[in-house]
Design a protein around this ligand. Structure first.
Ligand code: SAM
Ligand code: SF4
Length: 359
């Protein structure tokens, strides 16, 4: 009997089936304890930035962490490959300003070549795009998001700390020429700054066939100056656009790629372009969140507003093999927070701010 048992467990076919079972377990998409599938990874490649947006990094960067603490391209590629094995479909490179990291095209090419990745995007302030858009496209970047808070040079300068609107507009044109389309444009709307410009930005989307994303101001600024009264709600943003351009909701497919945080609209008159409204403060979408973040120094953050981080860097550098790294990631993801609680009186702004987390 014992012999029979030993025989069964050591039979090559049984071994094969067991390994297949483990593999199936390993390809089960990442899920947290609230049954949310995690399909969308944001990787910050640097916490340095050449802009000083007042809602993000008004007083400049904190002293740079030692370079040895930053993930190398090899480590980022390894992490991305493992995340994709775990079911991540979409990766977005961000920062800080991602184009400030030297030879970012090399990383783009490596991540784009990962077997199973469905979408590789990058968020940038656009400053370096006039020279780099073509190279990014050639390296395998699928999509780009460019931040643009104002079409007025003076206001642009007040909001970003730099007088470079023309150059960012040239960056948008360069991205289009390079075929990084459809172009997505992020605009953080802050009361008393650019809330009067919302309809003009919608007009820009129509003229340039762009996907505008209007974002509510979140309490993630390094100056800690965020006030609820400065938040222009998604509802108000929509109303301001509709005073000039009536909108029609875009019905999304039941299984969009990664989580779609924006409520999307097209123009009722059929004009090109699209409007998206991202309202994390007044209409939290935490219940459908499928995101996870990796900071430039290798910390996994399960929410923008997390109070704790989990060092993937230490696990990788500690010599863990791929299965051990996968186990670590699964355990971390399982602990993803139910929601960010910005609406609660007990809300505390996280110590790390947007440019350090990776927006
Ligand atoms: N530097 C790049 C850029 O500006 O596009 C990428 C990083 S930035 C942190 C990513 C996005 O976060 C930008 O579109 C920016 O406007 C947005 N962001 C930064 N601080 C924010 C805040 N306090 N509330 C809402 N969005 C914010
Ligand atoms: Fe830099 Fe982007 Fe933050 Fe502006 S939003 S300061 S460009 S990281």
């Amino acid at each position: 009997m014992t012999g029979g048992y030993v025989k069964v467990t050591t039979h090559p076919l049984v071994f094969g089936l067991l390994r297949l079972y483990v593999r199936v377990l390993n390809i089960t998409p990442l899920k947290d304890s609230y049954h949310r599938p995690i399909r969308d990874l944001r990787v910050s490649v640097t916490d340095r930035c050449n802009f000083r947006c007042f809602y993000c990094l008004p007083h400049g960067e904190p002293p740079a962490a030692p370079k040895s603490q930053m993930l190398t391209y090899e480590e980022i590629e390894l992490a991305c490959r493992i995340f994709v094995r775990l079911g991540i479909e979409k990766i977005r490179l961000t920062g800080g300003e991602p184009l400030m990291r030297r030879d970012i095209e090399i990383l783009v090419a490596r991540v784009a070549a990962i077997d199973g990745i469905q979408d590789l995007a990058l968020t940038t302030n656009g400053y370096f795009l006039p020279d780099r858009a073509g190279k990014l496209k050639d390296a395998g970047l699928n999509r780009i998001t460019i931040s643009l808070d104002s079409l007025n040079p003076e206001r642009f300068k007040r909001m970003t700390g730099v007088d470079v609107l023309d150059r960012v507009l040239e960056g948008i044109r360069a991205a289009k020429r390079a075929g990084l389309e459809p172009i997505k444009i992020n605009s953080v709307i802050v009361r008393g700054h650019n809330d009067g410009e919302v309809a003009d930005m919608a007009q820009f989307a129509r003229e340039h066939d762009a996907q505008m994303r209007f974002i509510e101001f979140m309490p993630l600024d390094s100056g800690h100056d965020w006030r609820r009264a400065d938040v222009v709600s998604g509802k108000e943003i929509r109303a301001r656009i509709e005073e000039r351009f009536p909108l029609v909701p875009v019905h999304m497919s039941p299984t969009p790629l990664g989580s779609e945080t924006a409520t999307r609209f097209r123009f009722a008159d059929g004009a090109p372009g699209e409007i998206g409204i991202i309202a994390p403060v007044t209409q939290a979408f935490c219940g459908a969140c499928s995101r996870i973040r990796l900071t430039a120094d290798g910390q996994i953050r399960t929410c923008l507003f997390s109070k704790s981080e989990h060092s993937l860097r230490d696990v990788i550098r500690g010599g863990a093999n791929e299965d051990e790294i996968m186990d670590f990631i699964r355990a971390v993801v399982w602990r993803k927070e139910a929601s960010h609680n910005i609406g609660s009186h007990a809300f505390v702004q996280p110590a790390r701010t947007m440019s350090l987390i990776g927006g």
